[in-house]
Ligand binder design. Structure first.
Ligand code: NAI
Length: 327
């Protein structure tokens, strides 16, 4: 007997990340090779025509695990009974748009989507926000979904973790699988702090293995934090396949559990001096579909200043959306 299908909602399904994401979910990369999935694809009305083309392609892959698809622009219908909601669709910053405008325009997307999740999804839905500004969009959706526990909301910093691991592997001539416990703290923005203090390469402290503090502090950190901009510069479009890959890594680990620590932006419980309720990136482990912030890591002065700077940015974004009445 095949398992009953699990419903997975994806917003922004006709976008660039959606095009990389949907095929991998349907191929079983999110929930495993024996778990059928039903896709619920949310888009704005103007993009539903293009989305039909993607749906035709998904059909043409004849994925054995793809048990059904529905498309639509009604968030309540699309979120009905979903176990996972991958909130990718967002409005990018347009010409002349200030940060406040960006927060507001996206708040008007993520507030109603949070309400729709509240009405239509089960209380143990796992919500992953990829659409930028991801941490604050997640905060807004979480506030709007009054009956769903806060810990069912998260935002993506896994792409930053993957980028950091790849940079360290290249620098040390090792495989990405030899690298563990790299942490992303704070906001998914240029203020994020990719932290190697606890990281190991071949089981040896990363700082010792790299042996070049100047590189770690002055090259590695900005390279990771500004990688998104470098990709836009080179490609003329923002990272899409790697963002889809990270969205799968994040949601899969949350669904199936982790062996090692991974970074997720989650509502703070006050750990590591991050004000309670801010959606900030932390090292977490996952068991039984529940994440737990890794406790008791030592934070040196260098790390403290960088975590504080990114958290200050998150607090100012929270204050801005509060002033706009979005939370
Ligand atoms: P895209 O512009 O190609 O696609 C976005 C899609 O979202 C469009 O099809 C649009 O119609 C849809 N959309 C807009 N408003 C919507 C709404 N209210 N409901 C449903 N769908 C809606 O953008 P792309 O490249 O797919 O990126 C999506 C988001 O992911 C952007 O905000 C981008 O900045 C962000 N991103 C996040 C990363 C992360 O690591 N957290 C990494 C890379 C991108």
């Amino acid at each position: 007997m095949p398992k009953p299908a699990v419903r997975v909602a994806v917003s922004g399904a006709a976008g660039a990340i959606g095009y990389s994401l949907l095929f991998r979910i349907a191929a079983g990369e999110l929930l495993g090779p024996d778990q059928p999935v039903e896709l619920r694809l949310l888009e704005v009305d103007e993009a539903l025509g293009a989305l039909e083309g993607t749906v035709m392609e998904l059909q043409d892959c004849a994925f054995p695990l793809l048990a059904g698809m529905e498309t639509g622009s009604d968030a309540r219908r699309m979120f009905d009974g979903v176990s996972h909601a991958l909130l990718v669709g967002a409005k990018p910053r347009g010409p002349g748009m200030e940060r406040g405008d960006l927060l507001e325009v996206n708040g008007r997307i993520f507030g109603p989507q949070g309400e729709a999740l509240n009405d239509a999804a089960p209380d143990d839905v796992q919500v992953t926000v990829t659409g930028n500004p991801a941490n604050t969009n997640c905060l807004i959706a979480m506030h709007a979904a009054r009956d769903i526990p806060n810990e069912r909301f998260s935002a993506l910093t896994r792409l930053d973790q993957n980028r950091a691991v790849a940079q360290l592997a290249a620098k040390t001539g090792s495989s990405v699988t030899d690298i563990h416990d790299v942490i992303i703290w704070g906001n998914h923005s240029a203020t994020q702090y990719p932290d190697v203090t606890h990281a190991t390469v071949h089981g040896r402290a990363a700082r010792l293995e790299v042996g070049d503090d100047a590189w770690l502090n002055d090259v590695f950190i900005p390279t990771v934090a500004k990688r998104g901009a470098a990709i836009i510069e080179a490609r003329g479009a923002s990272s899409a396949a790697s963002a889809a890959n990270a969205t799968i890594d994040h949601a899969r680990d949350w669904a199936l559990g982790t062996e090692a620590m991974v970074s997720m932006a989650v509502p703070s419980d006050g750990s590591y001096g991050v004000p309670e309720g801010l959606v900030s990136s932390f090292p977490v482990t996952v068991r039984d579909r529940a994440w737990r912030i890794v406790p008791d890591l030592t934070i040196d002065e260098f790390s403290r200043a960088r975590i504080d700077a990114s958290v200050a940015e998150l607090a100012s974004e929270r204050d801005a959306v509060r002033a706009l009445g979005l939370i």
